[in-house]
Design a binder for this molecule. Structure first.
Ligand code: DX5
Ligand code: ZN
Length: 590
């Protein structure tokens, strides 16, 4: 309970009554250790659902801020589902951590995560911005679990410094997470709070700057440059050119520990938040470079979507778009086996989403590659998720070694498991926050015993070559197999990602996407190429094309040529519109 409020500069100092006799009645379900695995899939799936809920809530309300909710979607996902300690059944739990959404206009992004976390039923999001609702256009304390009334920009950091000092006075381990908008940091009070935070060494405070380069009216670098003034309109250049980023230097000169990351990468956010917590004696700011509207192409980098709700007719198409995010997983065995360290580094330079690690034991398959000891050696080289594909006999015997080595996703083969052993593997992986994967060979169908595990599977590898080596030709009948599988998986409520593995190339990756695959392993077609970064970019372009095609088809199914034309018209930034037009023409929809 607050017993005293003092003003420190522009920061509040809140004095809480001692809670030394407090006992925790229930263990909060999100009080998890950050020492465990990345928890990649829980975070990812929750982010996906939260994004769809933002679309639902703002379209029902007819107003709201999807753009800024999406730029911070991964930031919020990592805070809520990995680092923040709270209990949705007891929002006032005294030992909770505190999240301050200083950029309060992005309240749909906060409320959607709170709904996913269980603070209130998802259906309540339909009351967003209605008179009498606890879910207003800006967060309000009348919503249990909200820590700060946002809306007036620039004051959340001052409030957070106060919370951090109060926790210190109370001898509590409370951590404060504060999400700031970049446009918001035009406010002078932010810099007063920055000085205060530094003077009082509030190392229990982590600020995260949602650096999306767009504020209400225009680009931040036009309104009030934080890095340098933007000449012309090509924002993408600014985003890509690290030599032009100055905002971190500003915070640094104010005495803050600065961590610069890609704010849409779960693993980078997670790593930065861990580092922030380990940093003592100074507050930390994570400069998370993000894209406004990220996840929905027509909203991306478009200032128009800062504060505009999507029309209802587009919601199913947008939902499909959000559901169809994909990942590239280079397989390092296609490189120099005598220098796997270098292959991992090449994957990092290539901006891979996962690093696919093909473990072969010389028994399940004739070849031998490496085992958990090698994975452990490679682990410190990057935070990119390790996607360990175990082509080994008796996986239950060894799975813990692969968890300990630092794998983020572990996939075992259905051919060497049964209900009992896979059940144990599943439980070990879930308990350690490691993704659960099952793989099937080209001539294997999903066994009957596996059906019970389908809803909890994070990844299903559908092999499109006989496992054992890279560089083989894609087995064409896999396309048909995938389509058959899609039906079974939907019936059994599969909520994970299908990984296409074996012989995937630039020529067939689009077709694999259309089959339903969302993760694409590339051995010879990626790691085997000299310019890994270039080839990954080409893979992404091919996938983007296939994805746009499925969305156009969806628009046509829902509303014929008329809706197709409207969908295309939404895309005003970049080259997308032209390509969508060509796809529609090709499909005979114009
Ligand atoms: C095959 C492996 C694959 C393979 C990929 O046993 O599981 O990951 O190495 O390499 P490419 O893409 O060359 O088939
Ligand atoms: Zn593989």
């Amino acid at each position: 309970m607050i017993s005293e409020i003092k003003i420190l500069g522009n920061s509040f100092l809140l004095n809480f009554q001692s809670a030394s006799n407090h006992e925790i009645a229930i263990l909060p379900i999100f009080a998890i250790s950050v020492e465990m695995g990345l928890n990649y899939y829980t975070i990812k799936k929750n982010i996906r659902n939260a994004r769809k809920l933002v679309i639902r809530a703002t379209s029902v309300a007819g107003s709201g801020h999807p753009g800024g909710s999406f730029s911070m979607a991964e930031i919020m996902g990592c805070i809520f589902f990995k680092h923040l300690r709270y209990d949705p059944r007891n929002p006032n739990w005294e030992d909770r951590d505190k999240l301050v959404l200083s950029k309060g206009h992005a309240s749909p992004g906060l409320f959607s995560n709170m709904a996913v976390a269980g603070y209130f039923p998802i259906s309540e999001l339909d009351t967003l911005r209605q008179l009498g609702s606890k879910l207003q256009g800006h967060p309000d304390l009348k919503c249990p679990g909200v820590e700060f009334c946002g809306g007036s920009l620039g004051i959340g950091l001052s409030f957070s410094v106060g919370l951090a000092l109060a926790a210190r006075l109370d001898g509590k381990q409370t951590r404060i997470f504060t999400v700031l908008g970049d446009g918001e940091t035009d406010e002078g009070q932010v810099w007063e709070a920055a000085m205060t935070g530094s003077k009082y060494k509030v190392d229990n405070l982590t600020a995260i700057l949602d650096r999306n380069f767009i504020q209400q009216d225009s680009y931040t670098e036009k309104v009030m440059p934080l890095d340098e003034e933007l000449v012309g309109d090509d924002l993408s250049e600014m985003w890509k050119d690290a030599s032009r980023w100055k905002i971190g230097d500003k915070w640094n000169s104010f005495g803050w520990n600065v961590i610069d990351i890609d704010g849409h990468r779960i693993e980078q956010l997670d790593h930065a938040m861990k580092k922030a917590m380990q940093t003592k004696g100074v507050p930390t700011i994570i400069v998370a470079r993000t894209i406004k509207g990220k996840g929905v192409e027509h909203m991306e980098d478009n200032p128009k979507w800062h504060g505009q709700a999507p029309k209802k007719e587009f919601v199913p198409i947008i939902d499909m778009e959000i559901d169809s995010q994909s990942m590239i997983a280079p397989s390092i065995i296609a490189g120099d086996m005598t220098n796997l360290e270098n292959e991992v580094k090449r994957c990092v330079g290539g901006r891979a989403d996962y690093i696919h690690l093909d473990v072969m034991d010389g028994m399940f398959v004739p070849n031998k590659t490496f085992d958990h000891a090698k994975i452990k050696e490679l682990r410190p080289l990057t935070v990119i998720p390790f996607d360990a594909h175990l082509m080994i006999n008796e996986p239950l015997k060894f799975v813990r070694d692969y968890v300990d080595a630092g794998s983020d996703i572990i996939t075992v083969h259905a051919e060497v498991c049964d209900a009992s052993s896979f059940g144990e593997i599943h439980d070990i992986l879930k308990a350690n926050q490691v993704g659960v994967g099952l793989a099937i060979n080209p001539d294997t169908d999903l066994p009957e015993w596996s059906m019970q595990f389908i809803p909890g599977l994070d990844q299903l590898i559908v092999m499109s070559v006989v496992p054992g080596k890279s560089g083989q030709k894609y087995i064409d009948s896999t396309h048909e197999k995938m389509r058959q599988l899609a039906k079974i998986l939907t019936e059994h409520k599969f909520d994970g990602y299908i990984e296409a593995d074996g012989g995937v190339t630039l020529d067939n990756v689009g077709a694999c996407f259309a089959d339903g695959a969302r993760v694409f392993v590339g051995g010879s077609a990626i790691v085997g190429q000299q310019d890994m970064r270039g080839v990954i970019r080409e893979f992404r372009n091919k996938i983007a094309y296939a994805r746009r095609k499925t969305l156009i088809q969806k628009a046509h199914d829902l509303g014929g040529k008329d809706l197709v034309a409207k969908w295309i018209d939404l895309h005003t930034i970049g080259e997308k519109k032209n390509q969508l037009g060509l796809i529609a023409k090709e499909l005979g929809y114009t």
